[in-house]
Write a protein that binds this ligand. Structure first.
Ligand SMILES: *Cc1c(COP(=O)(O)O)cnc(C)c1O
Length: 224
């Protein structure tokens, strides 16, 4: 694709986000985070030139490499992957805009310790395993509110901004919808939460209709 063709392609994705969000309300604003894990820094630069500013990675070493390679550009970086305890300091050295995959109280406590040591704070989302899939990380929906409140109280250097969830891995749209609705209902109960991150390339319109205000688009944004 030429740059012009790519711009038209991205405009079409933005139009799809627009029509999904307008079904919710004219005031329902949705942010697109371009997940660049399958893409190169050059491809990110092309998307930046079209106007995209928020990008996300799921491996700390990839996040580090790309933030370094693209350091001249005013980009926002999200970390959306599973964080191993021995990688916490590496993540904090990168100081991402938002860590979207805080998935246990135990990890929150470890993170809190490292944040104190570095005199930092970090914006995070609590990941919810709303479809209760063994292959996925995240806290169970029944305990999500309690864990969210516990982290808020016990980890003052973690700024919880809301929740993140991956939709049910299913061809059955009613199941996917249920997982999004459950995540959104938990989000609505959380005091001060402003971000409900759900929806990926294959299900973002449904996620937005269920109340998502942040979609994480990988293959679609990079046309893979
Ligand atoms: C890879 C990834 C995405 C993007 O997936 P696509 O289906 O390529 O849009 C979104 N969220 C997380 C947590 C991911 O790991």
């Amino acid at each position: 694709m030429t740059q012009t063709e790519y711009k038209i392609y991205i405009d079409d994705i933005i139009r799809r986000v627009e029509s999904a969000r307008l079904k919710v309300s004219a005031h329902h604003i949705v942010k697109i985070v371009a997940i660049s894990k399958y893409s190169t820094s050059q491809e990110i630069e092309v998307l930046y030139k079209i106007g995209q500013r928020a990008f996300g990675e799921n491996k700390v070493q990839d996040l580090k490499a790309k933030t370094q390679e693209l350091e001249e550009f005013p980009l926002e970086w999200h970390f959306v992957g599973n964080l191993q305890k021995n990688k916490i300091n590496n993540l904090l050295d990168i100081d991402p805009t938002l860590f979207q995959a805080l998935d246990s109280l135990e990890l929150a406590h470890e993170l809190q310790k490292k944040l104190v040591a570095k005199e930092m704070s970090l914006d995070c989302l609590l990941q919810i395993n709303s479809a209760k899939e063994e292959s996925k990380h995240g806290v169970m929906p029944e305990v999500a509110k309690e864990i969210y409140e516990q982290i808020s109280q016990e980890c003052p250097n973690i700024n919880l901004k809301g929740v993140m969830s991956i939709g049910a891995h299913s061809e059955d749209k009613t199941l996917v919808r249920k997982s999004f609705e459950l995540t959104h209902s938990i989000y609505k109960e959380l005091k001060g939460a402003t971000i409900c991150s759900m929806g990926m390339s294959g299900d973002f319109e449904l996620a937005i209709e269920c109340g998502s205000n942040m979609v994480r688009l990988g293959s679609l944004m990079f046309n893979k």
